[in-house]
Unconditional design. Structure first.
Length: 398
């Protein structure tokens, strides 16, 4: 953001932590376990039993301290972190013009409702999208990034551009952040956090070996969220190669622009994340580069054509890249098993494309657009013109 909006942007984003934490505890975590079967879909093999979901209602013993369950709180916190991330992605796109109250509604929407639903459907070993569509999204190209990008776009269409973003003839102007250096440092730190996210998405396993009853050692391995095998070494190489592919392409396409070069690295990772448990490192690099090139072109085309003012490129870097990554995975991984359970559909292009539609449009764009329309009709969505001109920091601290 620009200097006159710094503190407001900081506090608007910081309040994601308490608001989404409380709502995630009250209903978000339960939604994840309760709705794997989808609306009106009976489910089948691998689906968590309905009575298991009752373990995660806020008044359950399972949501309190107990010595016979030492891991549920860890998974609760990991998924909560992903909920914060999804809401934070939306925050950047709408800065400098949205009311805090309105944004916090959207933060709760994506952080504790729609993200919970899409994770239940497509990021669960028994989700109906995995079973029936062969949906595969190992490191959340769709279930976090595509839905966040779609949500941001739904809000932006109603919210409108910042004052002065477009000239009288419709030409977009570049609104430079107060400190581009810190912006790039922040993007670099996101790489570090993203790597931690990859590690957190793996379920560690240790297989012990015995000879004549004597322990001889242990073999460390891991599974994805779908309980399919992977290794930390494999995803490390794919993470780094997709980052490299995205950065190189973004550097060339933006002619060395620092913001887009760093954002391109992020887009490269996001594009390849759907299949980074199975790709070869060279595939990950190429896929990351392709996704980055497409999202870069789409960002500026949508900006010019539809006058969408995405302040940080979140719709492109997260939404478009995530959507593209899901579709590419359907072709590259065509025929690979999506689950260890017999009878589940294999990974395929149509299942991935339909999954991308569900993530970006059905659970992302549409709910956000509807709520934005309601808030706008009540004059609760956008700050007044004079406040935007003076700056939200000045208005909030008078």
């Amino acid at each position: 953001s620009r200097q006159r909006n710094h503190m407001h942007t900081l506090m608007k984003n910081s309040m994601i932590i308490p608001l989404v934490t409380v709502t995630w505890f009250l209903f978000g975590w339960w939604i994840y376990w309760a709705f794997a079967g989808g609306p009106g879909i009976t489910g089948g093999i691998g689906h968590p039993a309905p009575d298991f979901a009752a373990y995660y209602v806020p008044w359950s013993d399972g949501m309190g301290p107990r010595l016979d369950d030492r891991i549920s709180g860890v998974f609760f916190a990991a998924f909560l972190l992903f909920a914060w991330t999804a809401a934070s992605i939306v925050s950047g796109a709408v800065i400098e013009r949205i009311r805090s109250f309105a944004f916090w509604i959207f933060a709760i929407l994506i952080g504790s409702v729609t993200w919970s639903i899409d994770a239940a459907w497509g990021w669960s070993y028994g989700g109906w999208m995995v079973e029936l569509l062969g949906y595969h999204d190992a490191y959340a190209s769709g279930v976090i990034h595509a839905i966040a990008g779609g949500t941001a776009l739904g809000i932006l269409v109603v919210l409108g551009p910042r004052l002065g973003k477009f000239a009288a003839d419709g030409t977009p102007r570049d609104i430079v952040p107060h400190n581009p250096w810190l912006v790039c440092i922040g993007l670099f730190l996101i790489y570090t956090g993203f790597w931690g996210f990859y590690v957190a998405c793996n379920v560690p396993l240790a297989t012990t070996g015995y000879i004549d009853g004597q322990l001889t050692g242990a073999t460390q391995t891991a599974t994805t969220i779908y309980l399919t095998p992977t290794t930390l070494g494999a995803i490390t190489m794919n993470f780094l190669m997709s980052l490299a592919g995205g950065m190189m392409v973004a550097y060339m396409m933006s002619k060395g622009d620092a913001f887009w070069t760093y954002s391109g690295g992020l887009a490269g990772i996001i594009t390849a994340s759907a299949g980074n448990d199975l790709y070869h490192p060279i595939q990950a690099m190429i896929i990351g580069g392709i996704g980055t090139a497409l999202m870069y072109k789409l960002h500026f085309w949508v900006e010019r054509k539809f006058k969408v003012d995405d302040a940080v490129g979140a719709v492109a870097v997260h939404g478009y890249a995530g959507f593209i990554g899901l579709v590419i995975a359907g072709f590259v991984l065509w025929g690979h098993p999506s689950s260890p359970y017999e009878g589940f559909a294999a990974i395929n292009p149509w299942g991935q494309f339909l999954g991308a539609i569900i993530m970006f449009w059905v659970l992302g764009f549409i709910p956000a657009w509807v709520i934005a329309k309601i808030l706008a009709s009540l004059d609760l969505l956008r700050i007044p013109r004079q406040v935007e001109l003076l700056g939200l920091d000045f208005h909030n601290n008078r």
